[in-house]
Write a protein that binds this ligand. Structure first.
Ligand SMILES: O=c1[nH]c(=O)c2nc[nH]c2[nH]1
Length: 450
């Protein structure tokens, strides 16, 4: 592909590769990114042009790494954009558990998961880490949809067995059953037809400590240690959830998860707003990561996740939409919310306080940091070679077209530098700018012609 590519190899480093040739193997791996002034550029371009394998992006279109959404509740898709006016604990019981309980019905699961995967691809999300439900059949439908539509998916069979927190209609009958079914789902995913390259992966998924018994957490921790598969859960999300775990276990979420064997290099914990300094050090030491969900944090988390300081302390992190605690499927929106939230944390929000007491300074992130969170950092969190446009990475990428007639990204070529264009993309791109979505070298979504 002959294109100008933007990516962020580090948190504060934007890389612009202008008019580069990105070459991709038959297996979908980037083999080289050849700069315009490299002597190989002309010969490689001519070779591909002669073979009919050259794609040239038009003026005004740019290549970006595909978006990595580290936290999506797939069964909550029908609930996106509503029911956000109650606290987390009420929202779970009143709205979310009754909806999630329906996914034993494969037809219903298909009617939700097919458009969900389609819409996320159309928004530029090439990798999603999904919470499913308790139901083997529904979770299999989700994994199959990822495979069929070509999205990189990490799919978790949710486990939750604590009777005081989970209603009888949506609860594992026992820790043993939940552990056995999680293990069976790991096998199911490995054996899915067409999944030989591991495009879809299973995830051990205790919902969060309040909804799991110690026996379940211990069993899933042992499974994580034995199999090495990814783990996802929620951690220190809200005042209520954080206090609940402190009272029940005597330690913080992160420390309890560690004791249960659930904090690994391949663990992603969502939210994590109330991590203590010791928790951050523990996360960094283990190599576990946070799915920063800036939008849903405004509704459920009672605070802003301090991404800048967590990164300074070498804790892994990425971005999550947190559908449906977050109401937007767009990772461009997640970038914008992450930036806005960081400004709110930095400046503070209560005008009655003196300026010096209002905020937590040095908390701001900018659009480059936000893009890094949504791409390279997400790949690093998942321990997968995705998120950058460079040799050795998978070709998971999107083409952003700034010249589509309904674009909110307005570029003036004689005024805007390439870095300005990228900034405008992060602040103003919508789904209509995502012209193409590529996963592992395959074109998996193309915007419909206007
Ligand atoms: O944002 C959230 N969404 C959920 O579904 C959930 N479950 C536990 N804690 C949660 N937080």
């Amino acid at each position: 592909m002959q294109c100008t590519a933007f990516d962020t190899p580090q948190a504060d480093a934007l890389r612009v590769q202008s008019d580069a040739l990105v070459t991709v193997s038959g297996e979908g791996q980037i083999t080289a990114v050849i700069a315009r002034d490299d002597p190989r550029w002309a010969t490689e371009r001519a070779r591909h042009a002669a073979a009919g394998s050259l794609r040239e992006l038009p003026e005004g279109s740019y290549l970006l790494p595909g978006m990595v959404d580290l936290h999506v509740h797939a069964p909550q898709w029908p609930q996106m954009g509503k029911a956000l006016d109650v606290p987390l604990e009420a929202w779970l019981q009143q709205n979310t558990f009754p909806l999630e309980a329906r996914y034993g019905d494969e037809t219903f699961a298909e009617s939700v998961y097919r458009p969900l995967v389609q819409q996320l691809l159309a928004n530029g999300t090439t990798t999603a880490m999904y919470f499913g439900t308790l139901h083997d059949s529904g979770n299999r439908v989700l994994a199959e949809q990822c495979l069929r539509q070509g999205q990189r998916g990490l799919v978790g069979r949710v486990a939750m067995d604590e009777p005081s927190q989970c209603p009888a209609f949506y609860r594992d009958v026992s820790a043993q059953v939940a552990i056995a079914e999680t293990e069976a789902f790991i096998e199911t995913v490995a054996r899915l037809p067409g999944n030989a390259h591991g495009l879809v992966r299973p995830v051990i998924t205790p919902r969060f400590i309040p909804s799991c018994t110690d026996a379940l957490l211990e069993g899933l921790g042992a499974l994580a240690q034995r199999t090495g598969v990814h783990v996802q859960t929620h951690c220190s999300e809200s005042d209520w959830a954080h206090q609940h775990v402190l009272e029940r276990t005597g330690v913080t979420d992160a420390q309890a998860l560690h004791r249960f064997g659930l904090l690994t290099r391949r663990t992603v914990v969502a939210h994590a707003n109330f991590l203590t300094p010791d928790d951050v050090a523990l996360m960094a030491q283990v190599g576990a990561s946070v799915a920063h969900c800036p939008l849903s944090n405004f509704y459920f988390a009672n605070s802003v996740f301090p991404a800048r300081s967590g990164h300074a302390q070498r804790m892994g992190m990425g971005l999550g939409s947190d559908i449906s605690g977050g109401y937007s499927p767009s990772m461009f929106d997640a970038c914008r919310h992450a930036i806005t939230a960081s400004y709110a944390l930095d400046e503070g929000v209560d005008p009655d306080l003196p300026a010096a007491q209002r905020g937590r300074h040095d908390a701001r992130i900018d659009h480059v940091f936000a893009l890094w969170l949504a791409t390279a950092a997400g790949g690093q969190a998942l321990d997968l070679p995705i998120g950058r446009i460079e040799a050795g990475q998978q070709f998971d990428a999107i083409v952003v077209d700034c010249r589509t007639p309904d674009s909110n990204v307005c570029v003036w070529p004689d005024i805007d530098s390439p870095a300005d264009v990228l900034q405008k993309i992060i602040y103003n791109a919508t789904r209509s700018n995502v012209a193409q979505t590529w996963v592992q070298g395959a074109l998996v979504h193309r915007r419909a012609a206007a």
